[in-house]
Write a protein that binds this ligand. Sequence first.
Ligand code: ADE
Length: 241
Amino acid sequence: MRIDIVTIFPEFFGVLDVSLVGKARQSGLLDVRVHDLRDYTHDRHRTVDDTPYGGGAGMVMKPEPWGEALDAILAVADQTEPQDPGVSSVVIVPSPAGRPFTQKEARDLATVDHLVFACGRYEGIDQRVMDHAATRPGVEVREISLGDYVLNGGEVAAIAMIEAVGRLVPGMVGNPESLTEESHEDGLLEYPSYTKPSAWRGHEVPAILLGGNHGAIAAWRHDQQVERTRRVRPDLLPDQP
Ligand code: ADE
C-alpha cells in the first residue's frame, strides 16, 4: 500500500518510523511519503492560508498549493496498476466535520492501493480542493473525523488512521488471529486479559481462566464482552425491545 501525506508539519510524522508501521515501511509493505505543502507555494513567504470569504474567525487554507500537491501525487498514482480499476486512490481529509472513523472504515481503507492524507490546519481547506479532487477519474474523497472533539489540525488524526488501517494490511501483524479477537471487530468491546502471576497485590485472576476448560473460558469471555459493552458503550448494542 502506498500512503502519501500532505502537511505543513512534516515533523509530526517521525512517529511512523517506529513500531509495526516502521517495520512495515522497512520491509516495503507500506510505502509512506510525507510532503511539505509549502513546497507547492511560489511566494517568498510560502503562504498557505488566507482570510475566509464571507468573514468569520480564523484562516482558510488556499486552494492553489493543495491543487498542485494533489496534481503531483495523483499523477504518480495514475501510472501505477490499481487493484480495483474503479477507485485507485482515496484522498482522506481529516476533519471534525467528517463522518466518524470506525473499525469498519479502517477495514475498507485497508483494501485500497493508495491513500492520500490531506492534513488541514486553521479553519480547514478551501472546499473546492475536495470538490475538484473528487472529479478526478479513479479518485474518491472522504472527509473523516476521529471523534467529536477538535484537534489543532489533521496530523494527529492522520497518524491514528494510518496505524488503524496499516495494521489490517495483510502481513503487518504477525498473528492475524489477534486481529479478530479485539474490541470493535465483532461489534463488542474486548474481554479483560490477564497474565502471570495468578495473584498480584491481593487481586486474583478469575478462577475460570486457570481451569483449562476452553468452552467455559470462551463463554465467560463472551459474557464479559457483553457486560463491558453494556456498561461502557451501550450505544454499540442493538436496541432492546
Ligand atoms: N482535525 C481537527 N479535529 C479533528 C478531528 N476531530 N478529527 C479529524 N481531524 C480533525
